[in-house]
Design a protein around this ligand. Structure first.
Ligand code: AMP
Ligand code: ZN
Length: 114
């Protein structure tokens, strides 16, 4: 997807602050952090939204969650806690239409979310 921001990061055309990378996913620091620690776990494959996931993506979504767990552990947030979020479509506030998992940590989170 040539006009997709996160595909450009995966391709190396844009250089984000990369926190983790493997053959399945890229994790970057969010440019507009909503918590002291705010990362985005991005699959290398272009998948627009959660609605576009199929059974063939089971490994990919599993890898995304495992990367989130790894990030939380590596940055010292595993024990105290952290939040993972996937926004899907307009009412959830999705702005980048390439699937991504937010990992937020370093402050108390509120519930219900805004
Ligand atoms: P969402 O609203 O769930 O689609 O999340 C998109 C996220 O991407 C937002 O938290 C943005 O701050 C973040 N974002 C947008 N552009 C960039 C960028 N160039 N580098 C890092 N994060 C970005
Ligand atoms: Zn993309």
């Amino acid at each position: 997807m040539s006009d997709c921001l996160f595909c450009k990061m995966v391709a190396g055309d844009i250089q984000p602050d990369i926190l983790y990378s493997d053959e399945h996913v890229l994790a970057i620091r969010d440019i507009n952090p909503q918590a002291p620690f705010h990362a985005l776990v991005i699959p290398r494959e272009h998948i627009a939204t959660l609605n576009d996931l199929g059974p063939q993506h089971a490994d990919t979504i599993g890898r995304m969650v495992l990367a989130a767990r790894q990030l939380a552990q590596a940055h010292g947030f595993a024990a105290d806690g952290y939040r993972t979020v996937i926004n899907c479509n307009r009412l959830a506030g999705q702005t980048v239409y390439h699937l991504h998992l937010h990992v937020l940590a370093g402050r108390a989170m509120h519930w219900p979310p805004g």
